[in-house]
Design a protein around this ligand. Sequence first.
Ligand SMILES: Nc1nc2c(ncn2[C@@H]2O[C@H](COP(=O)(O)OP(=O)(O)OP(=O)(O)O)[C@@H](O)[C@H]2O)c(=O)[nH]1
Ligand SMILES: [Mg+2]
Length: 268
Amino acid sequence: MFSLFYGLWKYMFSKTEFHVLILGNDKAGKTTLLEKLKSLYSNLEGLPPDRIVPTVGLNIGRIEVSNTKLVFWDLGGQPGLRSIWEKYYEEAHAVIYVIDAACPSRFEDSKSALEKALRHEDLQGAPLLILANKQDLAEAVSAEELARYLDLKKLDERVYMFEAVSAYDGMGIKEGLEWLVDAMDRSKRTQMLRARAGDLAEAVSAEELARYLDLKKLDERVYMFEAVSAYDGMGIKEGLEWLVDAMERSKRTQMLRARAGVTGPASA
Ligand SMILES: Nc1nc2c(ncn2[C@@H]2O[C@H](COP(=O)(O)OP(=O)(O)OP(=O)(O)O)[C@@H](O)[C@H]2O)c(=O)[nH]1
Ligand SMILES: [Mg+2]
């Protein structure tokens, strides 16, 4: 039981870390958004827009929002670089998809790249925040218009939201991000990623494991189940003390000692 309570405690009070993938066409404003996020949520002054160059590799940004650590992965959006995106899908808790709302001629390209990403099974269940960026420009369409235009059929069962933002002046970014953190907190995908990372909140107790294994052959053997964590050391001392004691009392130890020519009782 202890392991379950400990797991629950750890689950509730330790800082959660989420990985957020920032995707979208080239020139949509992904890196500008990342730098703005750093300015808004950390002590770091993000790069000014005129120092930002097209992304070829990966930009990483870390911020903290209400006791939650967020790690952003910003990838290059040029068509030749999009094949790299899927390498990051498996570990991502959520996706921010950035669209240049002032450039309707590229909506179709955005839509097909997004649909392709959403079809990938490694992104199953990942909450999706679609940003209609560049709202500081007069010609930018609203979030509603962009949603109508994209008309994404595949979104039905996905947790998603459209938000109008400007990576230049910061408009809408906090609202979008708050929604995303909440969506990741509630998401089944987050549970799944935690379980895969071996989070103790998902671990069953030693008793439950023993019941599950139901080892018939153990009847005559001296044995014990112990709940442990090789990460933080929980349970390991108790298990090892029991094992030393069991070895001292064991007939097998007597037999091995006799074979090695050591005389006297096993506990000597
Ligand atoms: N007016 C305006 N321009 C923006 C905004 N966000 C980005 N830009 C401009 O759009 C261009 C592309 O921005 P980036 O952030 O490099 O775009 P990206 O999506 O990272 O592009 P890749 O790295 O090539 O995939 C730059 O000239 C930015 O200054 C915005 O909110 N408003
Ligand atoms: Mg970029």
